[in-house]
Design a protein around this ligand. Structure first.
Ligand SMILES: [Zn+2]
Length: 273
């Protein structure tokens, strides 16, 4: 199956290619991830954060992409009632501020702008096919950039894997994403590229940062992430093919919705997260 601009995000391709977002879904709750993949269930979620992220992304991809995005989503983006009728809704005014916070930054312009945008990469990771899409890839200078919109760059997130607070890079699985992208670029183009993340926050005014992955701890986190893939993906693939039962996390939206009370559990043994 050939991956193209048109079918990259289509659900059908996920049965042929694993991706970081799908893998992360499975690590959170296998039962929910599979139900979503089979179109049996969709989480109740506001589309706004995703739209804000795509709005910012498309701006830095090209003028044409941004216009296409705005045309396709204007109903969600433009207020249709009250005093603000005809104006951009508040979330997208914030998105404009995020764009402005980045576009005049010298480091951002020097690193993000020259690269080829939205490059599809594929490869074999521990015996299975994977896909990825690189926001900005510079094969001449051997690096790539990913653009991330985030509530607050400095917010702390509890990590039960490491038993400590971590930042958004670890919490959102971006060490895994960067490690996988390094590997897929290597297999697609035969070169080793170094990753950068440009993060911009939804705060007023937006915070912004250029992030590399050259620290000793960064390398350990990326290796841990690859090991996590190696250890878990066989079972995930078997859950997808129906050979093994997907494990329920028992507390996510999907698990709560489909839960049945069985025998009473001991009061002192209620799981906490
Ligand atoms: Zn669950």
């Amino acid at each position: 199956m050939e991956l193209t601009e048109e079918n990259y995000y289509a659900k059908g391709t996920s049965w042929h290619y694993m991706s970081v977002s799908l893998f992360k879904d499975f690590m959170q709750c296998e039962a929910a991830a599979l139900a979503k993949l089979k179109d049996e269930w969709q989480p109740e979620r506001s589309p706004v954060p995703l739209l804000v992220g795509n709005y910012v992304h498309s701006y830095f991809e090209s003028e044409e992409s941004h216009q296409k995005f705005v045309d396709a989503n204007s109903k969600e983006m433009i207020s249709s009632r009250g005093k603000t009728k005809g104006q951009l809704k508040a979330d997208f005014k914030v998105a404009d501020a995020m764009i402005n916070a980045l576009k005049y930054e010298t480091v951002f312009k020097a690193l993000y702008e020259p690269g080829q945008k939205e490059v599809i990469v594929t490869g074999d990771i521990y015996g299975y096919k994977w896909k990825g899409k690189i926001d900005s890839l510079n094969l001449d200078q051997l690096y790539f950039c990913d653009l991330k919109t985030v509530d607050d760059i400095h917010k702390k997130h509890w990590s039960s894997a490491y038993n400590k607070y971590d930042n958004f890079i670890a919490d959102r699985g971006y060490f895994m994403q960067m490690a996988v992208y390094i590997e897929l670029i290597k297999q697609t183009f035969g070169v080793s590229c170094q990753p950068f993340i440009f993060a911009v926050s939804k705060q007023t005014p937006p915070d912004k940062e250029a992030i590399d992955f050259n620290g000793d701890q960064d390398v350990i986190y990326m290796e841990d992430a690859m090991r996590m893939i190696e250890e878990n993906q066989e079972h995930i693939q078997k859950a997808m093919s129906g050979e093994e039962t997907p494990i329920r996390c028992n507390h996510c939206e999907y698990c709560r919705l489909t839960k049945k009370i069985e025998l009473p559990i001991h009061a002192s043994e209620i799981e906490i997260y």
